[in-house]
Design a protein around this ligand. Sequence first.
Ligand SMILES: [Zn+2]
Ligand SMILES: [Zn+2]
Length: 96
Amino acid sequence: MSEHFSCPGCGVTSDDRRQHCPECLTAVHEIDGARMAPIAVAVPSEGDWVVVHRCELCGQLVSSPARGDDNVLILMRMAVRPLASPPFPFEPFGRL
Ligand SMILES: [Zn+2]
Ligand SMILES: [Zn+2]
């Protein structure tokens, strides 16, 4: 894996060693290089939000910490989505 992040979802690149895309929150599974779509946010009792991703190849769930420059709209959508949508859409948000 290279040092910089290149988003397989929207094409954003960052020199930062971040775990997911700040724009669409897509991540890359380090094990198999597959795309991981964001499916949920979780809020630990202490600390920052984490984004939960599911690998589109192997189905593994991986979480990574939300960051200050993440797309707040997507974070908020994921926070409220379980109330409004059926479970397990594969591409929850499409292209923004
Ligand atoms: Zn992206
Ligand atoms: Zn995988």
